[in-house]
Design a protein around this ligand. Structure first.
Ligand code: NAD
Length: 409
């Protein structure tokens, strides 16, 4: 099943749980706008997409991914999840996502810049601070955002920093954005521990983190600083395990020198598959989608899973894990810290007001904990549903309310 079909099935299940009729369900089933082209870069043609899933709550919002496996199915699914995430987070955005299918690891800086600028030229008509606002995602970063902003502004002929978030600070970005996804995820991890592991001290909680990039690395660092025992982590080239706990600080220094975590000496090399199947208290998924599927779901020993990546557990796996009594904190809540801080950045760009970072950090914390609380209340109220289903119900209700106010039927 494609990821899009998986999502439609999830929507159908949620609709039946919340008494949402077929007419309303149909309003949610299709993206608002699919833009697709081939980017022509140094004689190569790279398929590229921008998909706006919904614009009912505000302009589109969602990252741009550079990866050799990007497909329309993936971008549309990521755009769908952004629509739900932004709705659940209670921020004034629809949902969108972009992607370019090429291998950024094989590209030098000049080519990365050429791809970024070609992307801005191709999609400029559908982007803008009031239309659709991109941000970083897998293998894109603040430099990518800077190139896209610069190219976009050259075309439109005026400054418009609010057309993109995750920018360098000098171009209107905010410092807090760099680790905000993990920061938000960390607040959620604390809430999850309070609710589901109330009698365990951090030092006795074993954690494995799949993915050691923007989301995974900062999450591992924050949990490590808080005393959690990080026993394993991995990147695309392999993983590392140490029963008594890894020195995450030393590991991130090692990774910063372009090494794979799998080559770190103070631990035992493991594969990504092995990492997923470790007997840990919390498994943090922070790499890519479809990491747990029907093929490995019954081998997962972790009782608690936090989805920092988007869509790391597919629908078939979700059903198997639910039946096994696993607690899964869904992506649309767990990784929403990034887009919440993107919203602060966008609002600051638009008003010209510069807000204190400590204040913004406290706002992020308040929002993450409140959104966890709303999800948990519904989960308890409608007994028998999963945390994901509770989160989806809240998100879908807000989007449908906006559609109804706009007169859509
Ligand atoms: P990134 O490019 O910074 O890091 C990705 C990490 O995953 C890298 O360490 C990479 O080596 C690793 N990886 C890739 N393939 C892997 C595999 N098969 N097995 C194990 N590790 C693998 O990307 P990121 O921004 O950290 O994004 C990771 C996930 O978090 C994605 O699903 C992304 O959509 C999601 N996310 C990111 C943000 C953000 O602000 N960066 C916000 C919300 C969600």
């Amino acid at each position: 099943m494609s990821i899009v079909q998986d999502n439609l099935e999830r929507l159908r299940i949620v609709a039946s749980l919340d008494g949402i009729g077929d007419q309303d369900l149909a309003l949610l089933g299709e993206p608002a706008l699919i833009s697709k082209t081939d980017l022509d870069v140094n004689g190569n043609k790279y398929p590229a997409w921008r998909i706006l899933y919904s614009r009912d709550l505000g302009p589109g919002k969602g990252g741009i991914r550079f990866h050799q496996d990007v497909s329309e199915d993936e971008v549309q699914s990521l755009a769908f999840w952004m629509a739900l995430k932004n709705s659940l987070a209670d921020i004034p955005y629809g949902g969108a996502k972009g992607g370019v299918k090429f291998d950024p690891k094989k590209a030098d800086k000049a080519e990365l810049e050429a791809v970024s600028r070609a992307y801005a030229r191709a999609f400029q008509p559908v982007l803008g601070q009031d239309k659709d606002v991109p941000a970083p995602d897998v293998y894109t970063n603040s430099q990518t955002m800077a190139w896209i902003l610069d190219e976009y502004e050259k075309i439109v002929g005026h400054h418009e920093p609010g057309m993109i978030t995750g920018k360098p600070v000098e171009l209107g970005g905010i410092k807090l954005r760099s680790d905000s996804t993990a920061q938000g995820g960390y607040f959620i991890a604390q809430e999850m521990v309070k609710e589901f592991l109330p009698n365990k001290a951090a030092k006795d909680i074993k954690v494995a983190v799949q993915g050691f990039g923007n989301a995974g690395l900062f999450m591992a660092e924050k949990l490590f600083a808080d005393g959690f025992k990080i026993v394993a982590t991995s990147d695309s080239r392999g993983g590392i395990f140490k029963e008594s706990g890894l020195d995450v600080k030393a590991l991130s220094d090692f990774k910063a020198e372009a090494n794979s975590v799998g080559d770190f000496k103070d631990g035992q090399a493991i594969s990504n598959e092995e990492l997923l199947e470790l007997d840990v208290d919390i498994l943090v998924l922070a790499a890519l989608e479809n990491q747990i599927t029907a093929l490995n779901a019954d081998k997962i020993k972790a009782k608690h899973i936090i989805e920092l990546a988007n869509g790391p557990v597919d629908l078939a796996a979700d059903k198997i894990l639910d039946a096994a009594g696993k607690v899964i904190v869904p992506d649309i809540l767990a990784n929403s810290g990034g887009v919440i801080v993107s919203y602060f950045e966008w609002a600051q760009n638009r008003t010209g007001q510069i807000l204190d970072e400590e204040y913004l950090k406290s706002l992020l914390e308040k929002k993450m904990r409140a959104n966890w609380g709303r999800m948990l209340s519904l989960y308890k109220e409608k007994s028998g549903i999963s945390l994901r289903q509770a989160a989806y119900i809240l998100a879908v209700r807000r989007i449908l309310a906006a559609k109804h106010w706009r007169g859509q039927k």
